[in-house]
Design a protein around this ligand. Structure first.
Ligand code: SF4
Ligand code: FES
Length: 371
């Protein structure tokens, strides 16, 4: 009989959990969940080799192990440090960690533009969340921010290098999911940028997954660009029988119009796994299947209550019982006004997802609608 492996006991912010040897502190903390889990901007459990770049997951090791209970002198990256039996870790209970994390956020924001009002990632941006939780109100930086030559990487993905935090996740997608690895980080220091050869990996069937792994708005979906704010959309879980990928997706709808298709995400913002395999989706599902009839709808996506996307979405709420007809002797309520009779805005005939670019005032002029 195979000998059962002894589990390691690790205590994180006074909560003890037992994990298999070889587990990182971050993954042990994820087993506990909630605020005990350090934020992770570069680690992505489905991408081999990820982690160790951004330092947002720093924690304090107050005792190394039962055998050697000395504290570790420096804060360590929890995504790259394995637990030891009897280890004691401090995350939000450590002033040093909170101070260091605020410093890391300040560094990440040094070159990050204040694009949130016009950025498609707003509302689902991990850097935005991190800044709210750990950032400072102002900046001490007085110099010009980094800028880059604009680069067009094709019809599907928009690259904004100024927003990139160099987490390397997209380079791992190019490396591990596509067959033309021509993508990496060029140069170093404040000249560092994801390779200009990114465009070579872009026509691969799975290249769209770079959008899903990007924690900020550096890689966004061109077909969704400026079409809507994510919190106004209605996310639905749906699937189709796809010969290339798992076919399990989230549709981001406005009314009955599918504005965007993404892989489904788990509570850590990573693509969900099915039968132990990551649920990456192919470009056909992501960019070409933009009709509701292409999909079998499973129901509303469960949105975390703390997410801005949950605004005005009452999942599982029951529709109230309509009583007007009962008290009005059977008469149904009359529609007071049909907005389309008096306004040219939001004409039902205009399909935002089919426009080649963002909608503008011209989109809704009568001339345009006649075409
Ligand atoms: S483009 Fe996005 S995923 Fe790629 S390195 Fe930059 S921040 Fe990371
Ligand atoms: S998540 Fe650990 S260093 Fe980035």
């Amino acid at each position: 009989m195979a000998e059962e492996k002894k589990l390691f006991k690790v205590t994180i912010d006074n909560i003890t959990v037992e994990v298999a040897p070889g587990t990182t502190i971050l993954n042990a903390a994820r087993q506990i969940g909630s605020d005990v889990t350090p934020p992770a901007m570069c680690y992505y459990s489905k991408l081999q080799g990820s982690g160790g770049k951004c330092r947002t997951c720093l924690v304090e090791v107050a005792a190394g192990s039962t055998a050697d209970p000395r504290p570790m002198p420096k804060l360590v990256a929890s995504c790259r440090t394995n637990v030891m039996d009897g280890m004691i870790v401090k995350n939000i209970t450590s002033e040093r960690v909170l101070d260091a994390r605020a410093g890391v956020v300040e560094f990440l924001l040094i070159n990050h533009p204040l694009d949130c009002p016009i950025c498609d990632q707003a509302g689902e941006c991990h850097l935005q969340d991190l800044s709210y939780e750990h950032g400072k109100e102002g900046t001490r930086y007085e110099f010009a921010r980094r800028t880059f030559e604009k680069e067009d990487i094709g019809p599907y993905i928009q690259l904004h290098m100024t927003r990139c935090i160099l987490c390397y996740r997209c380079t791992y997608v190019a490396d591990q999911l596509t067959d033309k690895r021509v993508h990496g980080i060029l140069d170093r220091g404040d000249h560092a940028e994801i390779s200009t050869y990114i465009s070579k990996a872009i026509d691969n069937d799975f290249s769209g997954n770079m959008i899903d792994v990007c924690p900020v708005g550096a890689l966004t979906d061109k077909t969704f660009r400026f079409k809507n704010r994510v919190w106004f959309t209605k996310p639905l879980d749906a699937h189709r029988d796809c010969p290339t990928c798992c076919g399990k997706v989230t549709l981001w709808n406005r009314g009955d119009e599918v504005l965007r298709v993404t892989a489904r995400k788990d509570q850590w913002g990573e693509v969900q796994s099915y039968d132990g395999k990551p649920g990456w989706i192919c470009n056909t599902c992501r960019f070409d299947k933009k009709k509701l009839s292409d999909w079998v709808i499973e129901g509303p996506m469960k949105v975390n209550r703390h997410s801005v996307i949950s605004a005005n979405k009452y999942i599982d709420a029951k529709r109230s019982h309509e009583t007007i007809a009962e008290v009005m002797g059977g008469r149904q309520p009359r529609l007071m006004m049909d907005i389309h009779n008096i306004s040219d805005v939001n004409k039902p005939g205009v399909h935002l997802s089919e426009l080649p670019g963002p909608a503008t005032g011209d989109t809704f002029t009568p001339d345009h609608n006649k075409e």
